[in-house]
Ligand binder design. Structure first.
Ligand code: TXA
Ligand code: MG
Length: 318
């Protein structure tokens, strides 16, 4: 290795180490720079949302090194396997059903039962994923509402000190986010770096478009989105004994999103805790989950947005 290659390799290993310790690392893929976090670490994933300033918990794309790693996280139907074999590594993201026993933090999928997953082609991304040995959740490395970053300098300008480390791999060759495809039912969810025509040629037929703007922006509106079986009531300070009480800060509750009142920690716990509260309500024969007030600051806004959806009147109870 040349001196430059050795330095790059050392930086890559340092980035992998940062990711394994819960850090945020921006890294180049062939499409755009990603803002990466260990996808199995809820707190690290929550920090991604905080850094991006996302108004709601949009589900993130999970990056893995190869098909075998992807198959530990998602269920591949024949179409998905065929497309993965043809187009991975590359700018194609597949939306698939979560596999049994996947280790992903629920926040990665925003509580959905599907996961968006891809194997990037950029050499630096591939080396990084191999060194991390874990799935890496990474949205585009820009603040919400801003243009995606295709150079390391864009990332530094946009996200600044909110990123622990920026791996510089030069400009991204594709410069457009990946194409997102759901296989069951088959639909193109986002046009991107892999032309739809290439997918259609591979499949031998047309692919229906489902690129309605804003459609997946609000996963809480999707019918498949997780909502607890129990009813949800917000801003409850005093427990009344007829509900499972989720606490925050000074409100202890039966369980707490964050005893110290930290909204980042609360975001990391949110989806998991709704599942746990629901199970506890079932076990105790209670029909409601009460949630302590969460301040409307930082990730608190996204948490409240998600909680309001969970608390909204339901058309039908499952
Ligand atoms: O090229 C790319 O895809 C880049 C690089 C970093 O890989 N990543 C990227 O991520 O563009 P992001 O977070 O900016 O876009 C992710 C998109 C969002 O529109 C999100 O709603 C959608 O993927 N998505 C994620 N999980 C989904 C799911 N389970 N179902 C439907 N859409 C999903
Ligand atoms: Mg984006």
């Amino acid at each position: 290795m040349s001196a430059t290659e050795t330095r790059r390799h050392d930086e890559m290993l340092q980035a992998a180490d940062r990711l394994r310790r819960g850090g945020l690392v921006a890294f180049p893929t062939e499409t755009v720079y990603g803002l990466g976090a260990d996808a199995t670490d809820a707190r690290a994933v929550a920090r991604v949302f905080a850094a991006k300033g996302r108004p709601a918990f949009n589900p993130l794309i999970v990056h893995v090194g190869d098909l075998a790693a992807a198959e530990r996280l998602a269920v591949f139907d024949p179409v998905a396997r065929d497309l993965a074999a043809r187009f991975w590594p590359g700018p194609l993201t597949l939306v698939l059903r979560l596999a049994e026993g996947h280790a992903l933090a629920p926040l990665v999928t925003a509580g959905l039962d599907t996961v968006a997953i891809r194997v990037p082609a950029a050499p630096l991304a591939r080396d990084l994923l191999a060194a991390v040995g874990r799935p890496v959740a990474a949205p585009s490395a820009n603040r919400s509402g801003q243009v995606s970053a295709t150079r390391a300098a864009h990332v530094r300008e946009g996200l600044g000190a909110d990123v622990d480390l920026v791996l510089d791999g030069g400009p991204c060759p594709v410069g457009l986010e990946s194409t997102i495809l759901r296989t069951d039912p088959l639909a193109l969810l986002r046009e991107g770096g892999l032309a739809a025509e290439a997918i259609e040629a591979a499949l031998g037929h047309a692919v229906p478009r489902d690129v309605t703007p804003g459609k997946v922006q609000a996963p809480g509106q999707l019918s498949s989105h997780y909502a607890p079986n129990a009813a949800v009531r917000l801003d409850v300070v005093d427990a009344e004994g007829d509900a499972v009480h989720i606490g925050f800060g000074p409100v202890a509750g039966d369980m707490t999103l964050s005893a110290t009142g930290d909204v980042v920690e609360a975001a990391a716990n949110l989806f998991d805790m709704l599942h746990r509260a629901d199970a506890l309500a079932r076990a105790r024969g209670l029909a409601r989950i009460d949630v302590a007030p969460i301040p409307e600051v930082g990730l608190g806004r996204a948490i409240n947005d998600r909680l309001r959806r969970a608390a909204a009147p339901r058309i039908a109870q499952p």
